[in-house]
Design a protein around this ligand. Structure first.
Ligand SMILES: NC(=O)c1ccc[n+]([C@@H]2O[C@H](COP(=O)([O-])OP(=O)(O)OC[C@H]3O[C@@H](n4cnc5c(N)ncnc54)[C@H](OP(=O)(O)O)[C@@H]3O)[C@@H](O)[C@H]2O)c1
Length: 336
């Protein structure tokens, strides 16, 4: 049988367990141009929740469907010339133990040293988003001040570490003192601001911590944090718009004010990107990320939950800030 987690209903407020239901489906059969995979790992992404809000860079997802999710699967049946039995592929597998996948929307995982989890974290969307979104969007130079939000998350924790490797002063923004202490003590950030500390609001602490102004702000959150960062930017500062996790869950919230006024007066450059825009530079990203990890300059932080049943709670928890580094679900053991 094939354990699947379906979307029972789309959330009206915060995502909850009763938006999902576990069902027992059939193991699918491959059609021409398809493979059937056994799911090994599923990525958990803040964007999974955004897909429930409507069409974005991909189709919206809706009630009655298997919950969508990127992941890695092992080919157990093939009617594709592109993939053979035993290949490990990445694709939108969904929250299920077995999936039929079209060859056109799957890619073979290249051989690499290290655990398979790295294909989701360091060498997956998380690492590439951090790399391209920092290096190829705003760029970062030695001596500059870089601020990154959702700094203890999968993308943010890598962005901050790349900033340090490039010689920047790095200030993270994260929820809670423990996470902030961890970013400074374990990942080498220069400072971290707790945006949840009501006794020290971010709009005050950011200016006090960075009186010289922010050269580059890597925005994972949007909302109030982007608002605070906009006021703290240096003249001609650059903002890399990666995502808006503060807007994905719960009721709609107003965006920051000061756009375009602050962009004009401070001559800021604010640029959005999708990781796929830079796929032609993925080899560079993988090469540098692998080298930095191998030399110990970059710590790969993973948060691996066990079993398909953990997926709903894992995503709800990710949106609530439970995770450090890249959250994923190990559905079956690494077959390598
Ligand atoms: N542009 C692209 O191509 C691309 C690709 C991948 C991901 N992304 C974006 O990258 C960002 C990170 O996503 P991820 O999937 O890697 O998740 P993640 O950073 O591993 O986890 C999400 C983190 O967001 C923080 N958060 C949740 N609600 C928040 C709120 N209301 N305000 C501030 N912080 C909040 C939580 O940490 P705290 O404890 O600090 O609150 C949580 O740990 C998202 O915005 C995502 O959309 C963009």
């Amino acid at each position: 049988m094939n354990k699947q987690i379906m979307i029972r209903s789309l959330p009206q407020g915060n995502l909850a367990h009763d938006n999902f239901e576990l069902v027992q489906g059939e193991i699918p059969k491959a059609q021409t141009g398809q493979v059937v995979v056994r799911t090994i790992l599923l990525s958990q992404d803040a964007a999974n929740r955004a897909w429930m809000q409507g069409a974005t860079y991909r189709d919206a997802i809706g009630a009655g469907e298997v919950m969508s999710s990127g992941g890695i699967g092992e080919v157990i049946e093939t009617k594709s010339d592109k993939f053979k039995l035993g290949d490990l592929i990445s694709a939108d597998i969904g929250w299920q133990e077995y999936a039929a996948v079209n060859e056109s929307s799957a890619a073979k995982i290249p051989d690499f040293d290290g655990p398979l989890t790295h294909a989701i974290s360091l060498l997956g969307v998380a690492g590439k988003t951090a790399y391209h979104g920092l290096i190829n969007v705003p760029g970062i130079h030695a001596g500059e001040t870089l601020v990154v939000s959702a700094a203890a998350g999968s993308v943010g924790s890598i962005v901050g570490q790349i900033g340090k490797i490039k010689g920047a002063r790095v200030v993270g923004i994260a929820g809670g003192k423990e996470k902030c202490d961890w970013l400074v003590q374990e990942l080498g950030f220069d400072a971290c601001l707790d945006y949840k500390d009501e006794s020290a609001p971010l709009r005050h602490t950011i200016g006090k911590t960075i009186p010289e102004g922010v050269d580059v702000y890597f925005d994972n959150t949007g909302g109030d944090i982007l608002q605070a960062a906009l006021f703290a930017m240096k003249l001609k500062g650059r903002i890399s718009c990666c995502g808006a996790v503060s807007m994905y869950d719960g009721k709609p919230k107003p965006g920051p004010f000061g756009i375009p006024g602050l962009l004009v007066t401070k001559r800021l450059r604010m640029e959005g990107f999708l990781v796929s825009d830079y796929s032609h530079l993925d080899a560079d990203a993988n090469h540098n990320l692998s080298q930095w990890a191998a030399s110990g300059q970059l710590k790969v932080v993973e948060d691996v939950l066990q079993g398909i049943e953990a997926a709903p709670g894992g995503l709800i928890g990710l949106l609530a800030g439970e995770n450090r580094g890249k959250r994923m679900i190990q559905v079956a053991p690494d077959p390598r």
